[in-house]
Design a binder for this molecule. Structure first.
Ligand code: ATR
Length: 283
């Protein structure tokens, strides 16, 4: 449990970092829970992650989140990497222990799965085949989470096939790698299709994916949250599919981080969701 006399501190380290919506979310929780504390964005250049992480303890930080480009590099810096971060191959959350040592884990899979559970209460990983498009860091967390929840078939497609094969090997379980050209047909009969590529993100081209094979009942998910509705999600919604965007994944991964840093698990409320949406929409 956190010490009420201590000013609670946590951060996000990235490069760039000023676009991050994490400070808004964590500072909302400090306010709501009436705790004295702050969550700050720290712009840490590539190559300076080691000294930055080592400074957390003397500065009194409980821990930090990591974003681009630090998630993989942190694996070689922290003192202990848990099994989850090892399986995903990246650290999203660092915890500073009382002796100053650094513990690295990954909460992105938890964010993805728990957002699904909150937004789609009947959702089950074993409801049918799941298509996952993309094989970067986001895909690793999504595939790990889906496997952990008992997915029975994941069809994984990526422009660069080797990266998809590496996920299938490292995450394990029933992950079938299909060629990039097969992505449209891979949607045939699925219960869910997830975009984990950067396609559709602000400033990027739309994901090149035809939805004609996607069953009308299938859940279309994206891990992108800027924009809130990618062209892929807009196309899925237009044909009547339920959709889920990436904002909730960001919100829910914050809960276990707080538990580890401050001993409290905060809630993802409608008010928090709306506040984050307003910030992303620019008002
Ligand atoms: P993240 O950690 O956010 O997932 P990443 O590791 O850079 O980011 O992964 C980006 C994903 O988007 C990858 O699956 C990438 O495909 P490649 O592995 O072939 O690079 C995918 N991606 C990026 N640009 C793409 C494009 N123009 N067409 C298809 N996929 C693309």
């Amino acid at each position: 449990m956190s010490d009420p006399k201590r000013f609670l501190l946590a951060a996000v380290m990235g490069w760039p970092v000023m676009h991050s919506r994490s400070p808004l979310m964590h500072n909302y929780w400090f306010d709501k829970l009436e705790l004295a504390g702050a969550y700050v964005p720290l712009a840490i250049e590539p190559g300076k992650l080691g000294p930055a992480l080592r400074a957390l303890h003397p500065l009194g930080f409980s821990g930090c989140n990591l974003t681009i480009p630090h998630k993989e590099d942190a694996m070689a810096i922290v003192d202990e990497v848990d099994e989850v971060a090892k399986a995903i191959g990246a650290i999203s959350c660092v915890v500073v222990r009382s002796d100053g040592s650094l513990f690295g884990t990954n909460n992105d899979w938890f964010g993805f799965i728990n957002n699904l559970k909150q937004e789609q209460p009947g959702w089950r990983a074993d409801a049918g085949p799941i298509a996952v498009i993309g094989a970067g860091g986001g895909s690793r967390a999504v595939c790990y989470g889906l496997m952990r929840e008992g997915a029975t078939e994941i069809r994984l497609v990526n422009r660069t096939r080797e990266r998809a094969e590496a996920i299938a090997n490292e995450v394990g379980g029933p992950i079938a790698v299909l060629p990039w050209e097969a992505r449209h047909d891979a949607l045939d009969g699925v219960a869910m299709a997830v975009n984990t590529t950067s396609q559709g993100m602000v400033g990027q081209a739309a994901l090149d994916l035809r939805l004609d094979r996607l069953p009308n009942t299938a859940l279309a998910a994206d891990i992108i949250y800027i924009p809130l509705e990618t062209p892929y999600l807009a196309a899925a919604r237009a044909r009547g599919n339920p959709t889920i965007n990436g904002l909730g994944m960001l919100l829910h991964q914050g809960r276990p981080a707080w538990k580890m840093w401050f001993g409290i698990e905060p809630e993802v409320t409608t008010e928090l969701h709306e506040r984050m949406q307003r910030s992303i929409l620019g008002h």
